[in-house]
Each structure stands twice: as structure tokens, then as C-alpha cells.
Design a protein around this ligand. Structure first.
Ligand code: FA5
Length: 342
């Protein structure tokens, strides 16, 4: 019996050594440890042996069972590792000779316009900054000269969090942090998603994108603002764009303006897009209010600056001739296809 078990052991270990797959290992387990497996049968027959022999054979058979079980487990682990390595090898193999697949998908029109603007501003020495989407009331309102109970708060109703923070209504919410971070002089743009609780229509969404810009230095004037905006918009629309300023009120600028561009569709003669006025309202802007500079720890007697808040969503709308802003957030692939954006 002892010899028979030694033979079974040798045979089972050899088979396990040579096994190449988990299925083979399972077959071996059944052959030796399954209900009718060789080792199981020896254990079953123990009851027919003499007491002394039963003790002896039982001890050896149980040890053999345990050894084979352990070998099976370690063989399984070894094979699983090999399979994983093989899979990783196959996945990380890049065949450079495979022809390029036709590109599927495209960047969103707002992303395209944002990237374009970032490049233009970066070439004019502006840094590109990030803002938060969840903001403090202080940054969104107070730090830009809109204290509690100021009527201007009514123009930008938003979504409030239980902890008293809010979804930012304007990229201006990052002005204070950027001033504190860099001090003066500074030239920065900061694009971002904004949120407002408002009635939706073709040009108003509850979630939209703006791009804010600030330039602070000694003797910065409205002429600088006009120059930068004109250069920028001419680049975006790939043609010379005329701009004009009208007075506009925002508590964080003084004086404040609405910047219009001469209608790029009709050249100013009047059409549906410009509502026959010849001009399109594009971007509020102005000279940064001394209070805002002070809150940013910049001395308004020494420095001045301009700021603007471009509606990126509306700019994308204009650039791609989209007549309803809501289409941009709709996730409708047919919209992108119609715009032929690659
Ligand atoms: C502001 O948000 C000011 N923070 C802009 C500013 C910055 C002024 C710096 C002066 C100096 P306003 O609420 O007008 O201003 O919004 C700016 C632009 O964001 C609008 O011209 C428009 O293009 C866009 N916008 C505003 N509300 C919406 C909306 N609900 N849906 C889509 N675009 C919007």
C-alpha cells in the first residue's frame, strides 16, 4: 500500500508539473481527489483495513491528500499569473504598422473655442488659471464688491449647497484668489463652467461657460482693453472685427461696459442674428473697481487694470452659427455632425 501511494504521489506531481491550463489542473484534481479519485478511494477503503494498518495508511494517505491539494493550489496560482502576464503583454503591444483608424468623435465646440482663446491669450503673455466650480459666497460675491443684500445679487441667482457654499455664477469668482496669488502686475485668463438658476431660452442655460480675463499693471487703461479684445475677436472669427463699448453696470468694475462686435454675418447692415441692429452684444468688461483691487491686496493708487467676462458658450454659438444655446449641452451627436467639426 505504501508503495502504491508513493507511485500515486509521483504520478500526480508529475502530471501537475506538466499541466498547461487550469482545465488540465481541474482534471487532475478530479482524478486524484474527486469522489472516485485515486486518493479518495484509498481513504474510503480504510474501513476495511486492520486497526494498525488503518492508522498507518490513513496517516500517509491524508498527508498525501494535503500535499496534492497544496500543489494544485500553487499550480493554479502559477497558471493564473502566467495568463495575466500574457494578457498584459498582448495589450501593451503596439503595432506601429497598423493603419490609423478614422478618428471617431471630436472636441466639443466650446472646448475648441476655449482652446483657441487660450492659445491667443498665451501668445500675448497671459497665464491660464483654474477656478473652482463650487465656491464660497465670499469669492463669488463679496470679494468682487457685491456685499450681502446688494441688489446686483438678484441678477445671478444660483444653486446653494447645504454648507453655505454655492455653484459659481461667474468666472469673476476667481479674481480675488488670483490677485492674492500673483499680486501685481498680472495678466491672466480663467475659463470655467458657471451655473445660474434662471429661465432657460435659446441664449440662457443653467450651466454655461465663461472666460474671464484680467490685466493689472501701472497705467493700464481702457485702450488696452479695446486692443486686446479686438485682437482676440479678429483671431477667433478669422477676420477684422469692429468693436464698440456701451456703458454697462457691474459692481466690480468702474467704469463698466458692454462690449459689442459689429455683426459678423451682415457686416453691420442689419440681419436676423443682430436683430437688425448691426451690433452683437458679446462681453461685459471694465476697469477693475478699486475696492476689488484692495481686497486682492493690490494698491489702487499704484495699479489699475481691466477685466472682462466673455460668454464662451455664446461665442461658440456665434462661431458655429448655432441658433439655440441649449443644443450645446444636449449631447446630441447630430449637432456636432451638422457643424462639421473635426
Ligand atoms: C458677468 O458674469 C460678469 N462677471 C462679467 C464681467 C467680468 C464683467 C469682468 C466685468 C468685468 P454677465 O452676467 O453679463 O456678467 O455674464 C457674462 C456673459 O456670460 C454674458 O455676456 C453671456 O455671454 C454669458 N452668460 C450669462 N448668463 C448666461 C446664461 N444663463 N447662459 C449662457 N450664457 C450666459
Amino acid at each position: 500500500m505504501n508503495e502504491k501511494m508513493q507511485e500515486i504521489k509521483k504520478e500526480a506531481l508529475q502530471m501537475l508539473e506538466q499541466a498547461k491550463s487550469l482545465q488540465e489542473v481541474e482534471q487532475i484534481r478530479i482524478a486524484y481527489l474527486g469522489k472516485k479519485g485515486k486518493i479518495s478511494l484509498i481513504l474510503k477503503d480504510l474501513k476495511n483495513l486492520e486497526v494498525e494498518e488503518r492508522k498507518n495508511v490513513g496517516k500517509i494517505a491524508n498527508a498525501l491528500k494535503q500535499e496534492i491539494e497544496e500543489k494544485i493550489e500553487s499550480k493554479k496560482e502559477e497558471l493564473q499569473e502566467q495568463m495575466l502576464e500574457e494578457e498584459i503583454k498582448q495589450q501593451s503591444f503596439i503595432d506601429l504598422t497598423v493603419p490609423v483608424k478614422k478618428t471617431i468623435g471630436s472636441l466639443h465646440p466650446i472646448t475648441i473655442v476655449q482652446k483657441e482663446l487660450e492659445e491667443i491669450f498665451a501668445s500675448m503673455g497671459f497665464t491660464i488659471e483654474d477656478g473652482n466650480e463650487v465656491e464660497t459666497e465670499y469669492n463669488n460675491f463679496e470679494a468682487v464688491n457685491v456685499p450681502k443684500y446688494h441688489p446686483a445679487r438678484d441678477m445671478q441667482d444660483t444653486f446653494w449647497l447645504e454648507n453655505g457654499q454655492l455653484l459659481k455664477t461667474q468666472t469673476s469668482a476667481a479674481q480675488n484668489k488670483i490677485m492674492l496669488k500673483y499680486g501685481a502686475p498680472l495678466k491672466a485668463i480663467f475659463p470655467g463652467r458657471c451655473f445660474r438658476n434662471e429661465a432657460l431660452d435659446a441664449s440662457h442655460e443653467n450651466t454655461f461657460f465663461q472666460m474671464e480675463g484680467m490685466m493689472i499693471d501701472k497705467e493700464v487703461s481702457i485702450s488696452n482693453l479695446i486692443y486686446f479684445m479686438k485682437t482676440l475677436l479678429s483671431e477667433v472669427f478669422k477676420k477684422e472685427v469692429d468693436v464698440r463699448l456701451r456703458p454697462g453696470y457691474f459692481p466690480f468694475v468702474e467704469p463698466g461696459f458692454e462690449l459689442d462686435i459689429k455683426c459678423i454675418y451682415c457686416g453691420g447692415t442689419g440681419c436676423k442674428v443682430c436683430k437688425h441692429g448691426g451690433w452683437i452684444e458679446l462681453c461685459p468688461c471694465g476697469m477693475i473697481h478699486p475696492n476689488v483691487l484692495k481686497m486682492g491686496k493690490i494698491d489702487p493708487d499704484e495699479y489699475s487694470g481691466f477685466a472682462f467676462g466673455l460668454g464662451l458658450s455664446r461665442l461658440a454659438m456665434m462661431k458655429y452659427g448655432i441658433n439655440d444655446l441649449r443644443l450645446l449641452n444636449s449631447g446630441d451627436i447630430r449637432v456636432l455632425k451638422q457643424m462639421n467639426i473635426k
